[in-house]
Design a protein around this ligand. Structure first.
Ligand SMILES: Cc1ncc(COP(=O)(O)O)c(C=O)c1O
Length: 427
């Protein structure tokens, strides 16, 4: 290991807006001492999120309505969830759809949207995406008789270019599905440039933001996404998902639905009774994210009140602070890994999240993951459902060891990981 600790002193963690120790104090799970580099699979959650879920569930809580406190509590949980998600994504709260998972939402919308597809229409998917933003579209296209066009990425650089997407577009293209960031190698494709090309041919742009949203600020309009999905359990929240779209676009889509259930948007896309307590957990997670950029101050995280128009600005400031902090840790990781013999890092795109895919010459990455787990360091090995990407990289279905950074990781944990991996390469 050749990392030089002096070269990577954290610039923002103690003195500036972001204070990792103050952040960590909110996570009961971190008291175990386990170093969690498994955030891309699901982050740990702060106590406040659990408390919001528990207090909403234990109510009083009834079905939505306005005639009792318990009904109003349910109504408020839904309204607050939509506003929180809208602030996070810079979207319209009337265009926020709740889902159990991004996979479920994408399957649902693939069925809704493909009703209008005809034989000869074309759908575009990429080799970089998680399977949840590939297979629902491929299967819907098969049912409709539509043609699937595949876009590859450069396996040497990890980049997926707008030109590569543009090359497969035509006036027959109905929908283009692209990830905002790869959960395997972190690549962030140039979404705005891709969106321009997609819209030039009159197609819809469906963006998977599940990995991206944990690491960078989202602005639906500037990304050019017609649909954007994310999953709060990847950014300190509970296990569920969100789809954002313009309300007018949602108005133009008609799902199958029950006769007595509302025809209103976005509710007509949310089947059955909503999980009010989980929604409250999402709101608490968004409030916690908004606080991260102020964690260096003495103020505690707070719930956003109804008249707080500042949360969006606080979320943007937080994401800048978190990105800077995670990039410092990433740089230390990369220097350390570069000095290890027989270690290949596949995460190379200039624009990417702090998620590194690592393989070891002649060694099974699963052995490295086990070796680390025995030392209380969690960084699993797999292709993590980014099967096409793993195969495209020449890694078959097994992928590699994935080291993902979260706002609660520390420089000391990174050093522990580097020391353990250096030992692994020598045994
Ligand atoms: C990039 C990406 N897209 C989609 C998903 C699927 O998300 P969900 O579990 O909410 O269906 C994941 C989960 O790991 C992911 O990382």
């Amino acid at each position: 290991m050749t990392s030089d600790p002096a070269a990577f002193e954290p610039a923002t963690s103690e003195t500036g807006a972001f204070d990792v120790d103050a952040v960590r104090a909110h996570f009961p799970a971190l008291a175990t001492g386990v170093a969690h580099f498994d955030g891309p699979g699901g982050t740990q959650a702060p106590r406040l999120v659990g408390e919001a879920i528990a207090s909403t569930l234990t109510g009083p809580l009834s079905n939505r309505g306005s005639s009792s406190e318990s009904e109003r509590n349910a109504d408020a949980a839904v309204a607050e969830f939509r506003q929180a998600a809208a602030d996070l994504l810079n979207a319209d709260p009337r265009g926020i759809v709740y889902g159990r998972s991004a996979t479920q939402l994408t399957y649902d919308f693939s069925r809704h949207l493909s009703r209008g597809w005809k034989i000869g229409d074309e759908i575009v998917v990429t080799r970089l995406d998680h399977d949840s933003n590939i297979r629902p579209w491929v299967q819907a296209a098969e049912r409709a008789g539509a043609v699937v066009r595949w876009v590859g990425f450069n396996p040497s650089t990890g980049e997926l270019s707008a030109d590569a997407v543009g090359a497969v577009l035509s006036e027959r293209t109905r929908l283009v599905a692209v990830t905002a960031a790869s959960n395997l190698i972190g690549t962030r494709p140039p979404l705005a440039a891709i969106a321009r090309l997609v819209h030039e041919v009159g197609a819809l742009f469906y963006v998977d933001g599940v990995h991206y949203t944990a690491h960078a600020s989202v602005d639906l309009a500037s990304m050019g996404a017609d649909f954007f999905t994310c999953s709060p359990y990847k950014f300190l929240g509970p296990h569920c998902a969100v789809l954002a779209a313009a309300p007018a676009l949602l108005e133009s889509i008609m799902p199958d639905k029950l006769l007595p259930s509302t025809n209103a948007v976005p509710e007509r896309f949310e089947f059955g009774t909503l999980p009010y307590e989980t929604m409250a957990g999402v709101t608490a997670a968004v409030d916690f994210l908004a606080w991260l950029g102020e964690s260096g101050s003495s103020d505690a995280p707070r719930a956003t009140d109804a008249v707080d128009a500042e949360r969006r600005a606080r979320l943007v400031a937080s994401s800048i602070a978190v990105e800077a902090y995670e990039n410092e840790l990433r740089a230390a990781l990369e220097v350390g890994l570069a000095g290890m013999l027989g270690v290949t890092v596949h995460s190379r795109a200039p624009e990417r999240t702090p998620t590194l895919l690592v393989t070891f010459e002649g060694r099974d990455p699963a052995h490295a993951a086990r070796y680390l787990a025995e030392r209380d360091i969690l960084a699993p090995a797999d292709s993590f459902y980014a099967l096409e990407a793993s195969r495209w990289l020449g890694l078959g279905d097994h992928g590699g060891l994935r080291v993902g950074l979260a706002p609660y990781n520390t420089r000391a944990e990174v050093d522990r990981l580097l020391t353990a991996l250096a030992d692994f390469t020598r045994v």
